[in-house]
Design a protein around this ligand. Structure first.
Ligand code: G6P
Ligand code: MN
Length: 441
C-alpha cells in the first residue's frame, strides 16, 4: 500500500492534535511515511509538538516526524498539505465578532460582516501559502479548510482554478453525525447525503442509508418532536455550541422542507441572534479562555512532570477524521461521496456556473466529481443567489482593491440592515485590519 507524506500548515493550531490523533487512528486506511508540522510561530509549534510527541509514538515504525518553521523543509517532499491557517489569530477573530455587534449586527467569524473581515485577511494569506507550497512542490494536493471557506474557495478558484486544491468544511459531517446517531447509526458516512447550497449555507434534501432508504422524513419527525441530538464530536459539544444545536428545531419548524445547516441561524434570525449575543464576551473569548488555555496548560504539565504527564486526549477532537477520509479517498482513488466546496458548473443549473457551491462529490484521484442536484425551489434559490453575490463582491473587493465593492458586499449581506450601517462597519473594519487587508480605494 502506498504511503503518504502530509504537512499540517498552521501546525501550531489547537486543532492540530485532533488531526494528528485521526492520522494515527486511521493508519491502516491512510498510511504515512512522513508527518510535518509547519507554522510561522515557533512558540506555538513548540507547544503543539510537546503534545503531539505523545500521540505520534503510536505511529508505525519508520514514519518520519518533522517540526519546522522553514517552508522549504515543510513543502519539498509532501503529497498532501492540510491547511488551516488563521490570519491575525484569535485576537483578530475577536474584532471580527465584536465590531459588527457594536452596530447591533451579527458578530460571527465566518458569517456576515465578521466573515467578510476575516475573508479579506485570509485571501492574501492563503495565496501566499499556496504560492509557497507550489514554489517547492508542484504536485501536492492542498486540502484547505482555512476559513471563511466560502470566500476563500471563490478566491482560489479565480487565482488557481483550484488545480489540486480542495476546499472543505467539517460542519456538515458534524451535523450528519448527530443525524446518524438519532437514526441508530454509528458514523456520519453511513448516510449518503443529497445536499445543496454554499459553505455554511446549505440544506439536506435526502439522507440515504446503506440500504438505499431515504431516512430524512423519519429524521424530520424525530427532530420536530424532540430537537436535534447535540453533537457527538468533542469540538461541537462544548456548552456554547449547545445553543446552535437547539436552534435547529426552530429553523425546521419555520422551514420544514429540508434540513438546514446550523449556520443558517445567523441569516434567518439575525435580530434574535444579536439580542442573545454578549457584546463584551464573544466566541473568540471563549476559545481563547477554553481550548487555547487548555492546550498551553497541557504543555506546561508535560514540562513540569518532565514528560510524564499523560495528555488528556479528549480535549482534542476536531476536524481530523473528515480530513483524513477526504485525503484517503483522493489518495487511493476510492471515489467516496462527501460534501465539499466546488465550482457549480451546472450541478445546480439555475445558479451561475462559476458559483462555489457545497454539494456531494465523488472524490477521485483526479479531483472531486459533483453530482447533479437539479432545480431548487425559489426561496432557497433567492437566499443562495444573494449570498453568492456577497461572496463574489467580497473577493472583487480584494482583486480590485475596491472600497465600493466592499460596501456593496456588506450592503447585500442578509445580516446587515442598511447601507448606512454597512458603511459604518466597513470603516471600522478597515481601521481594525490595518496591515492585513489590501488598501481599499
Ligand atoms: C465549525 C465550522 C468551522 C469553524 C468552527 C468554529 O467546525 O465548520 O468552519 O471554524 O466551527 O468553531 P469554534 O469552536 O472555534 O467556534
Ligand atoms: Mn466550516
Amino acid at each position: 500500500m502506498k504511503k503518504f507524506s502530509v504537512v499540517i500548515v498552521g501546525g501550531g493550531s489547537s486543532h492540530s492534535p485532533g488531526i494528528i490523533k485521526s492520522l494515527v487512528e486511521k493508519q491502516e486506511e491512510f498510511p504515512l511515511r512522513k508527518l510535518v508540522l509547519y507554522d510561522i510561530s515557533e512558540e506555538r509549534l513548540k507547544v503543539v509538538d510537546k503534545i503531539c510527541k505523545q500521540l505520534i509514538k503510536d505511529l508505525k515504525e519508520g514514519v518520519e516526524y518533522v517540526v519546522t518553521t522553514n517552508p522549504e523543509v515543510a513543502y519539498e517532499d509532501i503529497d498532501f498539505a492540510f491547511a488551516q491557517i488563521r490570519q491575525g489569530g484569535l485576537k483578530m477573530r475577536e474584532k471580527d465578532e465584536k465590531i459588527p455587534l457594536e452596530f447591533d449586527v451579527v458578530g460571527q467569524e465566518t458569517c456576515g460582516a465578521g466573515g467578510f473581515s476575516y475573508g479579506l485577511r485570509s485571501i492574501p494569506g492563503v495565496f501566499e501559502m499556496i504560492d509557497n507550497i507550489r514554489k517547492y512542490n508542484k504536485d501536492a494536493w492542498i486540502i484547505n479548510y482555512s476559513n471563511p471557506a466560502a470566500i476563500v474557495a471563490e478566491a482560489t478558484r479565480r487565482k488557481y482554478n483550484n488545480e489540486k486544491i480542495l476546499n472543505i468544511c467539517d460542519m456538515p459531517v458534524a451535523i450528519q453525525l448527530s443525524f446518524a446517531k438519532m437514526l441508530g447509526l454509528q458514523s456520519y458516512d453511513e448516510l449518503d447525503p443529497v445536499y445543496f447550497g454554499l459553505n455554511h449555507f446549505g440544506w439536506w434534501t435526502k439522507l440515504y442509508d446503506k440500504n438505499g432508504v431515504d431516512r430524512l422524513p423519519e429524521l424530520r419527525e424525530k427532530i420536530l418532536e424532540s430537537g436535534l441530538a447535540a453533537s457527538h464530536d468533542k469540538h461541537h459539544s462544548d456548552p456554547d455550541w449547545k445553543k446552535t444545536w437547539s436552534n435547529f428545531k426552530e429553523i425546521l419548524e419555520d422551514f420544514p422542507d429540508f434540513l438546514p445547516n446550523t449556520y443558517l441561524q445567523y441569516y434567518l434570525y439575525p435580530k434574535e441572534v444579536v439580542e442573545k449575543s454578549n457584546k463584551e464576551y464573544t466566541r473568540a473569548n471563549m476559545v481563547m479562555d477554553g481550548r487555547e488555555k487548555q492546550m498551553f496548560e497541557e504543555a506546561r504539565l508535560i514540562d513540569e512532570s518532565k514528560g510524564k504527564h499523560k495528555v488528556n486526549l479528549d480535549l482534542f477532537n476536531a476536524f481530523g477524521d473528515f480530513m483524513v477520509d477526504v485525503a484517503a479517498s483522493i489518495a487511493y482513488n476510492k471515489g467516496n461521496r462527501y460534501l465539499v466546496i466546488v465550482e457549480n458548473n451546472g450541478s445546480i443549473p439555475t445558479l451561475s456556473k462559476d458559483a462555489m457551491v457545497e454539494v456531494p462529490c465523488y472524490l477521485r484521484s483526479w479531483g472531486p466529481e459533483p453530482i447533479v442536484i437539479g432545480e431548487i425551489p425559489t426561496f432557497y434559490k433567492g437566499l443562495i443567489e444573494n449570498q453568492v453575490a456577497f461572496e463574489k463582491l467580497a473577493v472583487d473587493a480584494v482583486f480590485e482593491n475596491s472600497y465600493q465593492r466592499a460596501l456593496e458586499a456588506l450592503t447585500l449581506n442578509k445580516t446587515i440592515p442598511s447601507a448606512k450601517v454597512a458603511r459604518k462597519i466597513l470603516d471600522k473594519l478597515i481601521e481594525a485590519n490595518k496591515g492585513y487587508w489590501p488598501d481599499l480605494k
